[in-house]
Write a protein that binds this ligand. Structure first.
Ligand SMILES: [Fe+2]
Length: 298
C-alpha cells in the first residue's frame, strides 16, 4: 500500500463483562434478563456513529492482559478458545474465534523498540485472550469481521509510578500512530478501560438487579465528570497532567495506561470528543466516548 495510513477513530470502550452478559450473545454461556441499558445503548450509539467509517483493523490496548516486563503484542494469526472472567465466571464464559493483524502488530512492536521501550511478540498459539479485549471488541464490533491488534498493559504503575507508566504510554501511542501511517491501513483504536474503579465487593443475588446499581461514592462521580469534561472540551494535555492524581484517588483503571496510549496515538486532539454514555457497573464509572479524527481534522 502506498497511501499513508490513518487512525479513523479512537474510542474509550470499557469492558465490564456485565455488558456482554446483559446482551445475551450466542457466544456467551450464562443467560441474563438484561441490565445496564444506558451503557449498552451507548455502545449502540457508538456503533451507529462509526457505521459510515471504513477501516481495516481494530487496535486495542487492554488492562487485563497484564505484563510485568515490557509491552507485549499478539503475534499469532488466529486464536480460538473460551474466555472465562476470573472474577465473574458466573457472567462471562465466552467462545471466541478472532483474527490478528500480525503484520501491523509487528510494525508497532518494531517502532516502539526503536523508541527504547521493552517489547515482545507473544507467539504462543495456546495463549488465552483476556476478557477486556473480547468485551470491548464485541461491544464495538459484534460481527468480529475485522482483524485486531492487541497490546498488553505493562504494569509500570504497580512497579514504579503512574508518571513512569504515562511516559512509556506516550511513546507507545506515538509508535502506534507511526506504524499505522506507515502501514497504509485505516485503523479504529480502542482504549478498553473504566474510569473510577472502586467497586462493590458483594454481588446482588440477581447480578442484573438494577435497583442495586449506582456509583460507589460521590468523590468518584465528581472526578469522573472532571475527566470526561476535559475530553469533551479537547483539553487533553491537562487530562494527561492530572491523570496520575485521578488514577490514585479513584483507583481508576487508567492505571493500565490504555487511555494515555490512546490520547497520545491521537496526538492530543484539540477537537471535542463525543460522549455516548456514562454509567456504573458494580459501582465503577464507565464512559463510552469517541474521537472522530476525520471530523476533527476539518
Ligand atoms: Fe477491568
Amino acid at each position: 500500500m502506498s497511501e499513508k495510513g490513518k487512525i479513523v477513530m479512537g474510542a474509550l470502550a470499557p469492558h465490564p463483562p456485565h455488558l456482554v452478559y446483559a446482551e445475551n450473545p450466542p457466544q456467551n454461556e450464562p443467560v441474563s434478563e438484561g441490565g445496564w441499558e444506558e451503557l449498552r445503548w451507548g455502545y449502540e450509539r457508538l456503533r451507529e456513529s462509526m457505521s459510515d467509517k471504513e477501516f481495516d483493523v481494530i487496535v486495542i490496548h487492554t488492562p487485563h492482559w497484564q505484563t510485568f516486563i515490557g509491552t507485549h503484542f499478539l503475534g499469532v494469526e488466529n486464536f480460538k478458545s473460551k474466555s472465562v472472567d476470573p472474577v465473574f465466571p458466573n457472567l462471562f464464559r465466552y467462545d471466541y474465534d478472532l483474527n490478528v493483524d500480525v503484520e501491523l502488530s509487528r510494525e508497532i512492536h518494531n517502532i516502539a523498540e526503536k523508541e527504547g521501550l521493552h517489547v515482545k511478540m507473544m507467539e504462543n498459539p495456546d495463549f488465552r485472550i483476556d476478557y477486556g479485549t473480547i468485551t470491548s471488541c464485541h461491544l464495538t464490533r459484534p460481527e468480529w469481521d475485522k482483524p485486531i491488534v492487541v497490546i498488553s498493559s505493562n504494569r509500570a504503575s504497580s512497579y514504579f509510578s503512574h508518571e513512569i507508566m504515562q511516559a512509556n504510554m506516550l511513546k507507545l501511542g506515538k509508535a502506534t500512530r507511526e506504524a499505522i501511517e506507515k502501514s497504509g491501513k485505516r485503523a479504529l483504536l480502542l482504549s478498553s478501560n473504566s474510569l473510577s474503579h472502586r467497586h462493590f465487593t458483594v454481588e446482588p443475588e440477581l447480578p442484573e438487579d438494577m435497583s442495586k446499581e449506582h456509583v460507589t461514592n460521590h468523590n468518584q462521580y465528581i472526578w469522573d465528570m472532571k475527566i470526561i469534561n476535559l475530553m469533551l472540551k479537547g483539553k487533553n494535555r491537562e487530562l494527561i497532567d492530572i491523570m496520575p492524581d485521578f488514577t490514585e484517588q479513584t483507583m481508576a483503571e487508567t492505571d493500565a495506561g490504555s487511555l494515555t496510549w490512546l490520547i497520545s496515538a491521537l496526538d492530543f486532539p484539540k477537537y471535542e470528543a463525543k460522549i455516548h454514555a456514562y454509567g456504573s457497573v458494580i459501582g465503577t464509572g464507565n464512559a463510552i466516548i469517541e474521537w472522530d479524527s476525520e471530523r476533527g481534522e476539518k
